[in-house]
Every structure is written in structure tokens, then in C-alpha cells.
Design a protein around this ligand. Structure first.
Ligand code: PRX
Length: 672
């Protein structure tokens, strides 16, 4: 077994091993809730047992919270590693998040609250921030119009629509419009570069892109349309031309335009009516694909289904955040819609519960480091869901920033994306939750669709740094390579032994990667049935609590974002001066894991070969090059020049050694 990507993690794990603090659930009324959905550990244990021992009855019961357009015939058909949930049922995710609420008489209630980043006056956008609220009726009308516009562009059921947009209400409208007509969406995070768009559009065989002229980030304009134009040019050259680009006018910045391909969002939507019924889709129809990093250089398109995914996100959102419609809740998840957290817990899971969701466009420290706390106070946010990296940054910026604001509306605090170090957990608890709000440290992945190990706020005692106990339907275990469950406190591989509705259905266009990546490494030692392999290392303590240690593959988790080391390596070697590159994680105070790149430079004497001197100018150039190839999130935090990379006899780069070097516990002689 390879070691988990050690970095910040190794120090964090030491402190986690000694962690003895406990925080018991409090009465619902103390936090302003009428009741907890799951009101104690006994209820949790009974429900969990039932969900794992008799999943069909449990999930049939849960499925009643959704609106079905046609009854399913069977709850579960498990032919490992293939699964079908709610076989032959008919359902639509947009209907469940929007239309059914209108039908049920809630059309005028707020579904979405949006606040823009305050931007400079000279950028001709309002200061202070722009705020917009959309009701379920507004969303019904807008998603119908957007869906009709997509149909006019030739989009049919099953055609993948690429979405590369800023965090404005239109990204939610675009996503739900796709769901309305059964066109799977593939959202690409707005921080990715043109090359990443090319890769994803090509792999998904997508012919239509929805984008915007730009998006705001810290007062600057992110040139989204320009990136799309560049990507489209390459796609055309490669023989995969895009048919249409629908472009939202957001910043009013100068952009290129191609009449035969480009259409303005507002013109396209104005040219159609708002009558577009939600399509009755099959339970197993693909709702979306979302690209994420794996151990190879190429991102993989994780496929999610309609019914199973929707039910799983709705169920987990309800229990983890104690979502209750009609109770003045306003839930805020600070993730970008471009990541799975945004899909599941800004949009689908929350909207299916009819609880209003807040969408924020900007950075947490622009224009001031108290931006988040100001927003919480202004809107009276009740549940906040953010990432450890953000919490660590807030700690660094100072306690005075949250202290200035009234955070008394907060009831539950969530965290996701990477292991949270106990210090950050305690700070969140004391300075944001004022010692009263339960913290839900939710462990899950793009592939799991929703939370798989998480505290339930009214039921589970929390321990700082542990994601606690498995969600309903999740048979999680820490096992060894042979699939045997390990005794308490022994580190091993985190596996899930039974199927659950939110699990991935495949890797788009790559059956082999699906089977090999997730279902081949671990199996039931008695029956040989494959287990889901998470690629995370973990241990369980004597109370059965899970402590996730981090990835055991060549994926690093930078600020809660997954990056394949090989993706960064290929970006580096695509620079003419670089002969060889190896990328590993290293401890980073804020990001948790930072990126450390070891590179060997082509000989300085072979100039025609691209040879260069290994100096600071080259370092800067390489950093910019990676940002250009992948996106700013992949920028190395440290670039180290070496004469050669340490190799095993069989020629494999010794990553473990490089990790130690990056962490400062080891030195290599070639290092300069
Ligand atoms: O290593 C785990 C870490 O993030 C990985 C999944 O990344 P991604 O698919 O991008 O999804 C992130 C948002 C769900 C996992 O393999 N991870 C996520 N949440 C936690 C975590 N590690 C420890 N504790 C968590 N709560």
C-alpha cells in the first residue's frame, strides 16, 4: 500500500491521534430548530442498521420524498460493479427542485438568493454588491426559457452541454435547464484554462457551451469567453468543432464574436417562450458528468444518474444540515458550482428540500477579510458549509473580523474537501459557532455524489478532526489489501462494501478506468464481490469513528481541490526548457497541501533544444505556464531544480523520497 499523501496531514494526524475532546449534540430548540430529523444516537443506529441490512425497504421509504412521473419496478439491481436504482422509474431533477414546489403552492417563495462580489466603480458594476432573489416561479420560467433556447441550438436528450460560467444565478438556471430536458451538463470550473476546456469538451463530445463574457474575482474580470474562444479554435483544428456558444453578458468587457457560432444568452432566451415541460426521464438517465482528477494525466468524467443521485443528495442534505422547509432557513454553501459540492449542496440536494440556497460570486477576502461574516449577518444565514482551507485562512486573517458581525443566525457549520485539523475545527467552533453550533465534517467525493461519512447534528457526538460515522445506506470499512476489516486504530484503505443510490455510474467513455479504478483493488474476502475503493487511507477509533488520512494514489488535495500530480507534470514538461518533472504534495499552512515540483532543465548549452539556466526567471515562467495550461489552482508553490530525479532500479520516480524532501525531512544531493 502506498502512503497517503503526507503533508500537513502527517502533523494533523499526530494531533488527531491525541484528540480527546468531545462535543455532544444539543437540544434542537437551543439552536432554533423545531426538531432534529435524527434526534439521538439510538435513532441513528437503528436507521443505519436498517438502511444497510434492508436497503430496498429503506430507500423505497426515502424515495417517497421525491415526485415520480412514473413508478419504478424495483428499488435495486446490483450486478457488481454495475448498479441500477429505482429500475424503470420516471423522474426529473428540475421538476423536483423547482416545478413541483410551484405546483405545491410555493411558487412565490424564495428559492435562491444571490449576492455579487462588490467590484470597483470603474468596472461599471454596482458597489456595494448586487443582490437578487429568485422564487421557484422565477426559476421555473427561466429554466424553461433556457431549455427552449438550448433546444433551438439543437440540444436533444442525451447531448452533453458544457457550462463554463461565473457564480451568478444563470449558472444554476443553466444546470437546471439541462436537467429539464435530459441533456447532461458538464460544468467546468471557471478557474480552468482553455486547454482544460478542450480536454473536457472533446472527451464529452459536447457541441454546445454556455459561458459568459466574464466573471468577477477580486475586482478583476476573469475572461471566460476569451478562454472559450481559444478552446473553440483548438477544438476546430482538432476536428471537434463546437456548434454553438451561448454567452451571458455579465461584465460588459470586450470579447470576440463569431456570428455563425455565438449567441447572446438574453437574445436566445428572449426569442423563445417559457413553456417547456420537464421531460420524464429514466431513473438511470445520466444527469451530469463532472470531470475530476485521477492518477493519470487525463481527468475523468464521473457519470451520475438522475434518480439515485437526486435522492441521495436530497436525503443527505436533509439529515446533515437538518433542512426543514418553511422554517426561515437560509443555507449557504461557499463552494463553486464547478465542483461536486456546488452541484450537490448548492443546487440539487438543497433545492429538492425546498430550502432557499445562497449563491455568492466572490472571494472571501474581497474587498475586506470580513466579507463572509458580513454576508451571514445581512442575510441571516442559518447553515454554513465551507472548506478547511478557508477556515485556516480566516484564522490567519484574525479573530476580529468575525467578531465584528452578528453571527447569531448560524445553527450548523459544515466543512468538506480535506481532513480538517483540530485547531481549525476548534476555531470554527469558537469563533463562528460561538461554541453552540454543531460542526458537520462531511467526508465524500465527486464519485460518491453526496456525504458518505458525516456527523448528524442532533445525533452524533463530534470529535475535532473526525468525520465520525457513516451516512444511511453506507457500509463503510477500513480494510487491508485482502479486504479484511482492520481492528480499531489501525490505518488502512477506506472501502464501501455495498452500493448506494448516489454512487457514480461510470467514467464517461472509459469502462476500464471505472472498473480498474474503483472496483478491482478490494473485494469481499469470502464472496469475491468487489468493494468500492475510495483511494483514501483511514482508520477507525475504538468508538467506530472514521479518521480520514488522505489519498493513497497520485492525487493531491490542494485547498480541497483534487489535482492529479501527472496533470501538473505534463503541463511542466510541455514547457520547452523542461526535460523531466515530478510533482508531489508538501505541507502548506493554508492550503493543507501545496504543490512541490521537481524539474530537470534541458542543458543550458543546447539552446536550440530549449535549454535554459535554472533561475528565478524560469521559475516564474513555469508557474505562469502551468496556470496557462491547467488554471491558477495548479500553480506550484515551490519549484525545485534538480540535475536528475531519484529513480528506483526499474526506473520509477521515487515519490516517497521526493515527498520527504518537499516536507523538509530529507535532502537530495542534486537539489539546488
Ligand atoms: O481525500 C478525500 C478528500 O477529498 C477527496 C475528494 O475530492 P473531490 O472529489 O474533489 O470532492 C471534494 C468534495 C466532496 C477525498 O478522496 N475529502 C473530502 N472531504 C473530506 C476529505 N478528507 C477528509 N475529510 C473530509 N471531510
Amino acid at each position: 500500500m502506498s502512503t497517503p499523501d503526507q503533508s500537513h496531514a502527517s502533523q494533523a494526524i499526530d494531533s488527531m491521534l491525541q484528540e480527546s475532546r468531545r462535543f455532544d449534540p444539543r437540544p434542537a430548540a437551543e439552536l432554533g430548530f423545531a426538531a432534529w430529523h435524527v434526534d439521538g444516537i439510538e435513532t441513528y443506529r437503528e436507521m443505519h442498521k436498517r438502511s444497510v441490512e434492508d436497503p430496498e425497504t429503506f430507500w423505497a421509504e426515502q424515495a417517497k420524498q421525491l415526485h415520480w412521473m412514473g413508478a419504478y419496478e424495483k428499488v435495486l439491481d446490483w450486478q457488481p460493479p454495475d448498479v441500477k436504482w429505482f429500475v424503470n422509474g420516471r423522474i426529473n431533477a428540475c421538476d423536483n427542485c423547482v416545478d413541483r414546489h410551484v405546483r405545491d403552492g410555493h411558487g412565490d417563495k424564495v428559492a435562491l438568493v444571490w449576492e455579487s462580489e462588490p467590484v470597483k466603480d470603474d468596472a461599471k458594476t454596482p458597489e456595494p454588491a448586487e443582490i437578487r432573489s429568485l422564487t421557484y416561479r422565477d426559476l421555473q420560467r427561466e429554466t424553461a426559457r433556457c431549455a427552449n433556447a438550448l433546444k433551438k441550438l439543437g440540444v436533444r436528450k442525451g447531448n452533453v452541454v458544457t457550462i463554463y460560467m461565473p457564480m451568478t444565478p444563470e449558472i444554476v438556471i443553466a444546470v437546471l435547464a439541462c436537467a429539464r430536458i435530459g441533456a447532461p451538463h458538464s460544468v467546468i470550473f471557471g478557474g480552468f484554462a482553455p486547454h482544460a476546456i478542450v480536454e473536457r469538451v472533446t472527451d464529452a463530445r459536447s457541441k454546445v457551451i454556455i459561458t459568459a463574457d466574464g466573471g468577477y474575482r477580486r475586482g478583476e474580470i476573469v475572461p471566460l469567453k476569451k478562454n472559450v474562444d481559444e478552446a473553440c479554435e483548438t477544438l476546430e483544428k482538432n476536428g471537434n468543432p463546437v456548434d454553438a456558444v451561448q454567452c451571458l453578458r455579465r461584465c460588459g468587457n470586450q470579447i470576440g464574436w463569431k456570428n455563425s457560432r455565438d449567441v447572446w444568452w438574453h437574445e436566445a432566451l428572449d426569442a423563445v417562450d417559457d413553456n417547456c415541460p420537464c421531460a420524464p426521464l429514466d431513473s438511470e438517465d445520466m444527469l451530469f458528468l463532472l470531470y475530476t482528477s485521477g492518477s493519470t494525466g487525463k481527468p475523468k468524467g464521473i457519470v451520475h444518474s438522475t434518480a439515485g443521485y437526486l435522492l441521495y443528495t436530497a436525503m443527505t442534505a436533509k439529515y446533515t444540515f437538518n433542512l426543514r422547509p418553511d422554517s426561515k432557513q437560509l443555507y449557504w454553501c461557499t463552494a463553486d458550482v464547478g465542483w461536486i459540492t456546488g452541484h450537490s449542496y448548492i443546487i440539487y440536494g438543497v433545492m429538492a428540500n425546498r430550502v432557499p440556497t445562497l449563491l455568492y460570486e466572490g472571494a472571501p477576502n474581497h474587498p475586506r477579510p470580513d466579507r463572509f461574516w458580513e454576508i451571514i449577518a445581512r442575510h441571516r444565514v442559518t447553515q454554513l458549509y465551507t472548506a478547511p482551507t478557508a477556515i485556516r485562512a480566516f484564522m490567519k486573517w484574525g479573530d476580529e473580523h468575525p467578531a465584528k458581525h452578528d453571527l447569531s443566525s448560524l445553527r450548523i457549520l459544515g466543512t468538506v474537501g480535506e481532513p480538517i485539523n483540530p485547531e481549525a475545527w476548534m476555531w470554527y467552533h469558537n469563533h463562528i459557532g460561538h461554541g453552540k453550533c454543531p460542526i458537520v465534517d462531511t467526508y465524500w467525493q465527486t464519485e460518491t455524489g453526496g456525504h458518505v461519512i458525516t456527523p448528524l447534528p442532533g445525533a452524533i457526538t463530534t470529535k475535532p478532526g473526525s468525520c465520525t460515522l457513516p451516512m444511511f445506506g453506507i457500509d463503510a470499512a477500513v480494510v487491508n489489501e485482502e479486504g479484511h476489516e482492520l481492528p480499531a486504530n489501525q490505518g488502512g484503505l477506506l472501502a464501501i462494501r455495498k452500493p448506494w443510490p448516489g454512487m457514480l455510474r461510470g467514467v464517461f467513455g472509459d469502462r476500464d478506468r471505472f472498473v480498474k479504478g474503483y472496483w478491482s483493488r478490494l473485494k469481499d474476502p469470502r464472496t469475491g464481490t468487489p468493494y468500492y475503493f475510495s483511494a483514501d487511507g483511514a482508520r477507525r477509533d475504538s468508538d467506530g469513528y472514521f479518521w480520514v488520512m488522505g489519498r493513497v494514489d497520485d492525487v493531491i488535495n490542494v485547498s480541497g481541490h483534487r489535482l492529479g500530480t501527472m496533470e501538473v507534470e505534463s503541463a511542466l514538461v510541455s514547457h520547452p526548457a523542461i526535460a523531466e518533472a515530478a510533482v508531489v504534495g508538501m505541507p502548506h499552512e493554508i492550503k493543507g497541501t501545496g504543490i512541490c515540483a521537481f524539474v530537470t532543465v534541458k542543458s543550458a548549452w543546447s539552446k536550440q533544444n530549449g535549454g535554459r539556466l535554472p533561475d528565478d526567471a524560469l521559475r516564474k515562467e513555469l508557474t505562469a505556464h502551468v496556470a496557462k495550461e491547467i488554471g491558477p489552482i495548479a500553480k506550484p508553490d515551490s519549484i525545485r531544480f534538480a540535475d536528475g530525479l531519484p529513480k528506483t532500479r526499474s526506473g520509477k520516480t521515487m515519490r516517497r523520497l521526493l515527498r520527504d524532501v518537499a516536507a523538509g525531512v530529507e535532502k537530495i544531493t542534486q537539489d539546488t
